[in-house]
Design a protein around this ligand. Structure first.
Ligand code: AMP
Ligand code: GLY
Length: 438
């Protein structure tokens, strides 16, 4: 018997999702709706429709024609637009969350308030403002170390950190006023100092099962310099940990996610079904929550999904049926390093329409296609992160060497981060945490 699955999205993350689905021992008949044609996803799809992934009417038409057993949504925008709710109204279940619980990602103030209301550890000092009343006093309280956050989905661009994007209180105040004027709401919070990590969990509304830990690299250039990006690459250790984390850090993060799943259910009456992706930071005072996403991370999905030994279709159905506690979920004990090759000028002025050549991909490396156009005469850049290369090996050192050999073989107007997953950068993270923990 075959399973009909509808996948929404067309990036490298969705390429990794499609691969995990197709590896299932159950026969999968895949329908894809993407905003562009991903050549690698298209190779395995039974049907591939190109159009807006937030156009509910368009998606409904295809979904009702196909009648999939379930859907999975890659990016945040269609989830926040209510695609899962629409599919449910059409009696098509999804292993992605409904709009009301996806506020976990789409509203930073909702999540901060939820943790506070249910006394869940992990919030920094924070306050949500709807007008300027008390704003200056909060700046006084926080001093030099503050973060100003616009509410809503901003592709990571709504967050400004003092000392980084904001030079002093006056700039902070000006940006907070701008957020108020634009969105009627702003969050001002304490700046946390430490090392960030991603812990993604499968969630069926009650049970949460975590995946291996990963560290992403948001800055565009080596040495964590330059503008913020969607993520330039990521790594994870063979023991599913990161070298600067302790087991109690993971337990703390896991507990936050488990309690948040319960709080979400109680607060909204709706179960969160899908991926709870916690962006955590380990500080001198333990693990704190930066934010949640309601989907797989990109690039993090490319670190964890290739290691999945269990049947991904089973996991998806267990999330939908609330039976995650009844299945074994196993990942290979391998280290992974993912490096994205991106167009010159990315993220601010990326070149577009130029041809690139991908060399032969060595054994032990997977290539995941993102923002590229496959034409008859080759592969072209389409303006965002282009191809992710993932090295998979027994050690981080070997995984890095593999990813590097592949990413370095791409020719054309592109760049990548040389330092992701290198012993030198990993040691810097370890030393940083040692210093903070004292
Ligand atoms: P977010 O969109 O909430 O993930 O924020 C984007 C980035 O801003 C995070 O990955 C952090 O590097 C930084 N950030 C957000 N909140 C804080 C905080 N309270 N303290 C320090 N850095 C933060
Ligand atoms: N890794 C960043 C993101 O997926 O939002």
């Amino acid at each position: 018997m075959s399973k009909k699955v509808l996948l929404i999205g067309n990036g490298a993350r969705e390429h990794a999702i499609s691969e995990a689905l197709m590896r299932s021992p159950q026969h999968v008949e895949l329908t894809v709706i993407g905003s562009a044609l991903n050549p690698k996803i298209s190779d395995v799809a039974a049907r591939y429709e190109v159009g807006s992934v937030t156009d509910l009417e368009f998606i409904q038409g295809i979904a009702n024609d196909v009648r999939p057993d379930f859907a999975i949504v890659g990016p945040e925008a269609p989830i926040a637009a209510g695609v899962v709710d629409m599919l449910l109204e059409n009696e098509i279940p999804s292993c992605s969350p409904m709009k009301t619980v996806a506020r976990l990602e789409s509203s930073k103030s909702f999540t901060r308030d939820l943790l506070a209301k249910y006394s869940i550890y992990g919030n920094p000092k924070f306050k949500v403002f709807f007008d300027e009343k008390g704003l200056e006093e909060m700046f006084d309280e926080l001093g030099d170390d503050f973060v100003v956050k616009a509410d809503g989905l901003k592709g990571g661009k709504g967050v400004k950190v003092s000392g980084d994007h904001l030079n002093g209180r006056e700039e902070g105040l000006a940006y907070a006023r701008e957020c108020l004027a634009e969105g009627g709401r702003v969050i001002l919070e304490e700046k946390l100092v430490g090392e960030e990590f991603s812990l993604m969990s499968f969630c069926d509304g009650v049970n949460t099962v975590e995946m291996p830990c990963v560290q992403d690299h948001k800055r565009a250039y080596d040495g964590d310099k330059g503008p913020n990006t969607g993520g330039m690459g990521s790594y994870g250790g063979a023991n599913h940990m990161l070298p600067f984390l302790t087991m109690s850090d993971i337990v703390a993060a896991r507990e936050i996610t488990r309690k948040v799943a319960g709080a979400l259910r109680e607060e909204t009456g709706t179960k969160f079904v899908g991926i709870m992706y916690g962006g955590f930071i380990v500080t001198a005072r333990g693990v704190k929550l930066i934010e949640y996403n309601a989907r797989f991370g990109d690039p993090e999905a490319m670190n964890v999904l290739p290691l999945l030994k269990s049947d991904f279709v089973d996991i998806c159905e267990s999330m939908i049926h609330g039976t995650l506690d009844q299945i074994e979920i196993e990942f290979e004990e391998k280290a992974t390093v993912c490096k994205y090759v991106v167009p010159d000028g990315y993220p601010d002025n990326p070149c577009k329409g130029d041809k690139i050549e991908v060399g032969s991909v060595p054994d032990g490396v997977r290539a995941y296609y993102a923002s590229v156009d496959q034409k008859d005469d080759g592969l072209y850049l389409s303006g965002s992160r282009a191809v992710a290369f993932v090295g998979i090996a027994e050690s981080l050192e070997e995984a890095e060497r593999l990813a590097q050999s592949a990413v370095g073989s791409v020719s054309g107007p592109v760049f990548y981060r040389r330092d992701i997953g290198t012993a030198e950068l990993v040691q810097k993270r370890i030393d940083h945490m040692k210093e903070l923990r004292g």
